[in-house]
Design a protein around this ligand. Structure first.
Ligand SMILES: Nc1ncnc2c1ncn2[C@@H]1O[C@H](COP(=O)(O)OP(=O)(O)OP(=O)(O)O)[C@@H](O)[C@H]1O
Ligand SMILES: [Mg+2]
Length: 475
């Protein structure tokens, strides 16, 4: 029976909910694992929502509204504006924002943050916001460069005696053989390029290109001919390049303004694109200041005017926006008006509440009215018990859990009394109970036991209201 003890291992596990990071800076993904079943907005070609699609259940109005926003962002007509998602807890606001990021694709920068992230003892609140905004503006740089490209057929470093030290030998040059569909070529390269080859971990059989002017080496992937029979691996396979080894090639690099700021604040040597871009503004600065940002902007504008680069406005997503205070809100107004502003999506589950940082300004969603005025507001609806059953079923599949008869109904019933999130959260611990009992699927009794072990927020609140646990002596 050993095989039935563990939940199915072949099912996808709940992680990696974010799309692949669009740029080097957007690699924060761990927060959002509960949304790994969301694959997109699930809209038809004419922008209408399929009832249940792409992991999304119901919520058709909000999804259609987000679809319009996605279209606007893609056609670059929504920069500097804001969308506010409002609705009760657990109604899918965070999920919607993630679906928007899926729809935009990996090339449009998507920079998620939580309102409370601005509070730090080291960085000013406004700096955190400004940085997020910069990381959400992409720059696509197109260059036609002279390169040597092909599959590596030979990689032979030639060593020679080092005249300076009596013992060690140094690499005097490296011979690299490159093959394309059309022909082969042997290159004799400088030792510094050999270092770059080692750094990129290039071996025979990889497809690479070497920039003729700078000597920068880039690994494109492994050649098709070496494709293995593994089902899963991290390698990308590419076909043998066409044309000559020595040719002109259009290279496209995606960076964000945030990357450029950081690179210029800490210039370092090197041959990769970031170090080259990092030397745009010549100085030994270590801090990103407004002045530095303006200088980077100026240079970027020059590139755009010359047609070398293209600005790709992305999205800043600020979850739990009511956590921001009045200072941040005022600064947001200014950021939204700046010439290079991304699209902003806010989400909150608050109704009328006090604006943080003020003594008595009560405003809808805890957002001051002047910022609210700039937002388009989309409301998420509560769920019916059938819809909750569907979401629970989706989650069970994604987490690789098997459910016995009646479990979904019981959980949905609990969700109607407390919240959908509470029921979703019971799935994983219930599966542990089932495993302990030697079962491969969760049964109704596991859920009942869960209910005894864990309280939902509402029950807890009621108990406190009635005098607290142990007659109020607990605290
Ligand atoms: N319509 C839906 N279809 C599928 N899954 C959903 C849907 N709505 C919510 N979920 C899932 O339910 C859980 C809770 O939703 P989510 O975190 O998006 O709520 P929220 O509106 O952001 O809540 P809060 O206001 O508490 O932040 C998540 O795991 C989410 O993926
Ligand atoms: Mg949320």
């Amino acid at each position: 029976m050993a095989s039935t003890l563990t939940p199915s291992t072949s099912a996808p596990v709940a992680h990696n909910a974010l799309p692949p990071p669009s740029t080097s800076s957007a690699g924060r993904s761990s927060r959002i694992a509960p949304h790994s079943h969301i694959k997109g907005l699930g809209l038809t070609a004419d922008g209408l929502a399929n009832v249940d699609a792409a992991g999304f259940v119901g919520q058709t109005n909000a999804r259609e509204a987000c679809g319009v926003i996605v279209d606007l962002i893609k056609s670059r007509k929504f920069s500097g504006r804001a969308l506010l998602l409002v609705g009760g807890p657990g109604t899918g606001k965070t999920a919607l924002a993630l679906a928007v990021s899926h729809e935009l694709g990996p090339k449009v920068p998507f920079c998620p943050m939580v309102g409370s992230e601005v509070y730090s003892t080291e960085v000013k609140k406004t700096e955190v916001l400004a940085e997020a905004f910069r990381r959400a503006i992409g720059l696509r740089i197109k260059e036609t460069k002279e390169v040597y490209e092909g599959e590596v057929t030979e990689l032979t470093p030639t060593e020679s005696e080092n005249p300076l030290s009596g013992y060690g030998k140094t690499v005097s040059h490296v011979v690299v053989g490159l093959k394309t569909v059309k022909g082969t070529k042997q290159l004799r390269l400088d030792p510094t390029i050999y270092e770059a080859i080692l750094k990129e971990k290039i071996v025979v059989g990889d497809v690479i290109y070497v920039e003729a002017n700078t000597g920068a080496v880039k690994r494109v992937g492994r050649s098709d001919a070496y494709a293995s029979s593994y089902d899963l691996e991290s390698e990308t396979y590419v076909p043998l390049p066409k044309g000559d080894v020595h040719k002109r090639k259009e290279l496209v690099q995606d960076v964000t303004l945030g990357d450029l700021d950081a690179a210029n604040a800490r210039p370092q040597g090197g041959q990769d694109i970031m170090s080259v871009m990092g030397s745009l503004v010549k100085s030994g600065r270590t801090e990103v200041t407004d002045k530095l940002r303006r200088e980077v902007n100026k240079i970027v504008k020059g590139y755009v005017d010359q047609g070398v680069a293209e600005v790709v406005p992305g999205v800043v997503f600020i979850d739990e926006v009511h956590m921001l205070d009045i200072e941040c809100f005022t600064y947001l107004n200014a950021l939204l008006e700046s010439p290079m502003a991304p699209t902003v999506i806010f989400a909150t589950n608050r109704g009328n509440s006090l604006v943080r940082g003020t003594a008595d300004i009560v405003s809808p969603h805890g957002v001051p009215v002047d910022l609210l005025d700039r937002c388009m507001i989309v409301k998420t609806e509560g769920y019916s018990s059938e819809q909750i059953v569907k979401v629970l079923r989706l989650r069970a599949t994604v987490e690789g859990l098997k459910l016995g008869p009646g479990v979904l109904e019981k959980l949905a019933d609990k969700a109607m009394k407390s919240s959908m999130r509470h029921s979703l959260q019971l799935l994983a611990p219930a599966s542990i109970l089932a495993t302990l009992a030697g079962r491969s699927q969760i049964e109704v009794e596991d859920i009942s036991e869960m209910t005894e072990l864990f309280l939902d927020a509402r029950t807890s609140a009621t108990m406190i209201g009635e005098g607290g646990f142990d007659g109020g002596k607990m605290w």
